[in-house]
Design a protein around this ligand. Structure first.
Ligand code: NCD
Ligand code: ZN
Length: 334
């Protein structure tokens, strides 16, 4: 049996820069038609010039021209309406990080004072620029996302016309928040559909499964699976594939991020087939995103998958992928 996906999209992707970009970009551009590119470089992408130059480097690194990088800026409360108007045509969304909460987010937001954020968020709302948020407080690690739900709610009600994407949700609490506000949407990663904290730290510590937000409880994974497998119209696939060199993962002070780009569609297909919901996969990996992000156009690109085993390479360059050296059941075929 073969499964055909039309223009699959990865709505949350880290491509990095330099040699790492050259290694990882082709692994996304070979299986996806486009991706939302996260801006957490060092320094973060926060000017029009940086954004345009980064987009060009990404296009050069993809050996496949039918891949569209949907660019984002790193949110700053100092962005004015004039600035946003001038950059609107070059970007797809703006990504907000709480200060210091994850990799390269030191220049993010602290406090979440609605009045302080109002000028920028109102301008984004008027200009119809979606806001992507890494929703974690700096509380106890297992509670950070659930604690952030009240901040999502505060922003969703203060800016009712602003499209707010709760990035890489990991909890039942976030799933439940989705239906309470018309303007709240979410991305879900592959790894949070597959693992719980037990897989990360229940036995020998697995650094390649360590990420932010950390994987949670079985009941959280169940809630995520439910909305993903039914392709709930407010959720979409965003891998949060986040490559780090092997030495930064297998070290004392392990960097957060799971690298899934080369296996994401294959493993998603297996999960959806296993649950007899493969008819919903197209909506989860593409159609829902096009409806949520009204400002993207997607190149036509057909990806075909077959039930044919694929042995995941132990490494891509210096990066160890999820399921390294394991055999997965589906392959992408030409
Ligand atoms: C991401 C990274 O490495 O850039 N890490 C992660 O654990 N997900 C940043 C992020 O999305 O939090
Ligand atoms: Zn991310």
């Amino acid at each position: 049996m073969s499964i055909t996906l039309n223009s699959p999209l990865d709505m949350h992707l880290h491509l990095r820069d330099g040699d790492m970009l050259k290694t990882v970009a082709p692994l996304s551009s070979s299986s996806f038609a486009g991706a939302i590119i996260m801006p957490n470089l060092v320094p973060p992408v926060s000017t029009k010039e940086e954004l345009i130059a980064y987009k060009k480097r990404i296009e050069e690194a993809c050996d496949n021209s039918s891949f569209t990088p949907y660019m984002t800026l790193f949110f700053k409360p100092s962005y004015t309406k004039e600035f946003l108007e001038s950059v609107k045509d070059e970007l797809t969304a703006i990504k907000l990080y709480p200060a210091g909460i994850t990799t390269n987010s030191e220049g993010g937001v602290s406090g979440f004072d609605v009045e302080e954020l109002r000028p920028t968020l109102e301008a984004m709302s008027e200009l119809e620029i979606p806001l992507c948020i890494h929703g974690e407080t700096n509380g106890f690690v297992m509670d950070r996302e659930a604690e952030f739900v009240s901040i999502y709610e505060k922003l969703a009600s203060a800016f009712p016309n602003l499209t707010i994407i709760m990035e890489h949700i990991t909890t039942k609490a976030s799933v439940e928040a989705l239906d309470r506000f018309d303007n709240l949407y979410a991305t879900i990663t592959l790894h949070h559909l597959m693992i719980t904290l037990d897989d990360v730290a229940g036995g020998m510590l697995q650094p390649h499964l360590f990420c932010k937000p950390i994987a949670k409880r079985p009941e959280d994974r169940e809630a995520l699976r439910k909305v993903a497998l039914e392709a709930h119209p407010k959720v979409m696939f965003g891998s949060d594939s986040a490559p780090h060199p092997q030495h930064a993962k297998e070290s004392c002070g392990c960097a957060a991020g799971v690298f899934t780009a080369p296996i994401a569609l294959q493993v998603l297909t297996e999960l959806f087939v296993e649950h007899s919901t493969v008819k919903n996969l197209q909506a989860f990996v593409s159609d829902n995103a096009l409806k949520i992000y009204k400002n993207i156009e997607v190149p036509k690109k057909t990806i075909r998958l077959e039930k044919k085993t694929f042995v995941v390479p132990p490494k891509y360059g210096t990066v160890v992928p999820m399921y390294a050296s394991e055999t997965i059941a589906y392959s992408i075929v030409e």
